[in-house]
Design a protein. Structure first.
Length: 226
């Protein structure tokens, strides 16, 4: 199983770089490069955040924090945060400390250290495109979907967003094409084979009421656990 330090993203998601994340990625890149502005991604959280929530691949926790504020203290009872890297977990844990989050430093492609059928929502926001795929696209990320299905209660909500490459559904502007190619070469992204069609197939194999939309080259999904 890969651990933090084995993978290229571990160099990016450190205290040194992550301080720029909110502005560079969430404010600028979501809008100008990936075609799905931050407020849309926050709305996704607001629509789906449940009282017992797990966030996987937490980054800085900014959008989760914004959505949790609008849900109010009663809207979120139990918060779990899982990430392979220590610094995002620390930062997000501090940002959301009012919920006394439980943190797990673990690989999202391994077995999540959480009980079966316990959570009301799981979110993977802007994470799947960073996970390694052995050249197989979403099929190599299947265990992620298995784990989300396992930990959710029936009817619980799985939601998230990921950057995809499939034409004609994903519209990549010239900047998106260049950055995606550079990030894939440096293995900061592994999404050159990720398509919204395959994403839908992985979701439909495990969940009901699957909704997938593509804005720019960002696929957004919402689905219910069986
Ligand atoms: C692009 S950030 C997304 C942050 C946040 N969810 C957001 O929407 O702004 C990707 C996050 O996934 C984490 N990550 C990358 N690979 C991972 C893995 N194999 N297992 C768990 N977390 C991982 C990184 O440490 C980072 O916090």
């Amino acid at each position: 199983m890969p651990s933090a330090g084995d993978q290229p993203t571990s160099v990016v998601y450190t205290d040194r770089w992550i301080r720029y994340y909110d502005f560079v990625v969430l404010t600028l890149s979501t809008r100008l490069v990936w075609g799905c502005p931050e407020p849309r991604l926050v709305d996704l959280y607001k629509r789906n955040l449940g009282p017992r929530h797990l966030d996987v691949g937490v980054g800085t926790g900014k959008m989760l924090d914004t959505a949790a504020r609008s849900a109010g203290r009663a809207g979120l009872d139990e918060l779990h945060l899982l990430d392979i890297n220590a610094d995002p977990l620390k930062l997000t844990g501090q940002r959301l400390r009012r919920f006394s989050p439980i943190t797990y430093q673990a690989d999202a492609l391994g077995t999540w250290p959480l009980e079966d059928n316990t959570l009301s929502s799981v979110c993977a926001s802007l994470v799947l495109h960073t996970l390694p795929d052995d050249g197989r696209g979403f099929a190599a990320k299947a265990s992620f979907f298995d784990q989300a299905a396992r930990v959710l209660v029936p009817g619980g909500r799985f939601f998230g967003s990921t950057i995809v490459s499939d034409a004609p559904f994903a519209r990549r502007n010239p900047l998106a094409r260049v950055l995606m190619s550079v990030y894939n070469r440096r293995e900061i992204f592994t999404n050159s084979r990720d398509s919204s069609k395959d994403l839908r197939a992985e979701l439909e194999a495990r969940f009901t009421n699957v909704r997938v939309r593509v804005r720019g080259c960002t696929a957004i999904w919402e689905a219910d656990a069986r």
